[in-house]
Design a protein around this ligand. Structure first.
Ligand code: ATP
Ligand code: MG
Length: 246
């Protein structure tokens, strides 16, 4: 990461790509993660590579949901682990959520490598190795989750999630928070809280909101959740992308 000069106009994008490359080399990110990264990068360019106001509102609503939850879980895949391992550990710490490794291309080896990687970045307890429950209506490999993790969670944060699994989690009745730079993708479309922002900016900002709201009472948190406008947030992101105004 030291090789990329910080004043480079595409610094953040280069850094992101570099982290995915390292993730592939380290065996924590699947090669297909590079494709997902490329799609994300294109949308981020069109958004102006910044957190737009509706994304900030979504990040605050996400923090309120996580603080109100009985059993909040943050889902980690290979791209998330490569891009924001320490930041996810901090968010778990700020909200009392559990971390669970959940992979689209699941192998036990990669799950273990990701769990180790998260612990190297400050995570304490990492779930996802038990895989003793199944999400209904998904094929076997994609359905595997921990019984006392995602399966039992009331609020789940699923960044960069595949559309089928996002739909299946929604059908389970969970409050779903999605981080995805493409507002037209199925995952943000089914989310209770769609965060259309780069995960690199989004996660630290959810944590900052959670820290700021740590002493808020329940009614204040509930008001933030109520006031959040999910359709408006999706529209504002799409308008921004289509406008071509950078
Ligand atoms: P589907 O319609 O099945 O969801 P997809 O084209 O959305 O397919 P996926 O691999 O399922 O592809 O999802 C990757 C998603 O993650 C893309 O929508 C992409 O924009 C988004 N993405 C990639 N990198 C980032 C990032 N750094 N921050 C936020 N979102 C990202
Ligand atoms: Mg998608």
């Amino acid at each position: 990461e030291e090789e990329i000069p910080e004043d480079h106009p595409r610094y953040q994008d280069l850094l992101t790509r570099h982290r995915i490359e390292k993730g592939v080399e380290k065996g924590i990110t699947h090669l297909q993660g590079m494709h997902a990264e490329g799609r994300g990068s294109a949308f981020d360019y069109l958004l102006g590579e910044e957190t737009i106001p509706s994304a900030d509102a979504a990040e605050r609503a996400a923090a309120a949901h996580l603080l109100l939850a009985d059993r909040p879980v943050l889902s980690i895949n290979g791209n998330v682990a490569a891009l924001v391992p320490g930041e996810m550990a901090e968010l778990a710490d700020a909200t009392g959520a559990d971390l669970e490794v959940n992979l689209f291309n699941r192998t036990e080896e990669r799950i273990r490598a990701i769990a180790d990687h998260l612990r190297e970045h400050g995570a304490e307890d990492v779930k996802g190795l038990e895989a003793d429950a199944r999400i209904p209506n998904l094929d076997h490999q994609r359905a595997k989750v921990d019984e006392d993790g995602i399966y039992a969670a009331d609020v789940v944060l699923v960044p960069l999630e595949d559309g089928d699994r996002a739909e299946a989690l929604d059908e389970m009745g969970k409050t779903e928070i999605v981080i995805d730079l493409n507002p037209l993708s199925r995952s943000p479309q089914v989310a209770d809280v769609p965060i259309v922002d780069n995960i690199i900016r989004a996660v630290p900002n959810v944590t900052a909101h959670a820290r700021e709201l740590a002493d808020a009472d329940e009614s204040e948190l509930e008001a933030i959740v109520e006031e959040f406008d999910r359709e408006g947030a999706l529209e504002e992101a799409e308008d921004r992308i289509r406008s071509g105004e950078l």
